[in-house]
Design a protein around this ligand. Structure first.
Ligand SMILES: Nc1ncnc2c1ncn2[C@@H]1O[C@H](COP(=O)(O)OP(=O)(O)OP(=O)(O)O)[C@@H](O)[C@H]1O
Ligand SMILES: [Mg+2]
Length: 131
């Protein structure tokens, strides 16, 4: 299991989320962050920090990790310098709190009741990578 963290401009968020949906990747955490790609403190003191979106996605395998990276890449890289950064960290354990399911089972969305609630959903696949 992997956690993909990506920092990018807020203007790209809708396109990234749509692309993730089209790649059957569900389950995201979104935060508003400030930071700097380069030096954040110079002779004059702290430099002005950039406001960005942070997206965290936990996926169960390599295939979904690469799909998620490409979804972010292709919707953010056209902004030039400062387009953002993303990185991957290993995830040791995941638990769905409601059921106690762990790891891949906790990342799979296969509740029939939930599918019924979202009958007009784009997805028909039983398994999604991180939902
Ligand atoms: N090494 C890092 N560690 C943690 N966060 C980082 C790191 N580098 C960049 N960030 C975060 O990503 C945001 C976007 O970084 P940015 O795109 O400017 O990276 P960069 O390496 O400077 O690339 P570029 O040369 O395109 O500007 C930063 O504002 C910061 O929040
Ligand atoms: Mg930069």
């Amino acid at each position: 299991m992997y956690q993909l963290t990506a920092i990018f401009n807020r203007s790209c968020l809708s396109d990234v989320l749509l692309e993730l949906k089209e790649r059957a990747i569900e389950g995201v955490t979104i935060s508003e962050v400030i930071g700097k790609g380069g030096v954040a403190f110079d002779d004059a003191g702290p430099v002005e920090l950039d406001e960005n979106i942070r997206l965290d996605i936990v996926v169960s395998n390599e295939l979904f990790k690469e799909a998620a990276k490409e979804a972010i890449r292709c919707n953010t890289r056209d902004l030039g310098k400062g387009s953002g950064k993303m990185w991957v960290t290993p995830v040791l354990e995941v638990e769905r709190i409601r059921t106690g399911e762990t790891n891949e089972a906790a990342l799979r969305h296969n509740d029939s009741d939930e599918r019924a609630l979202h009958f007009d959903s784009y997805y028909t696949a039983i398994d999604t990578p991180a939902s």
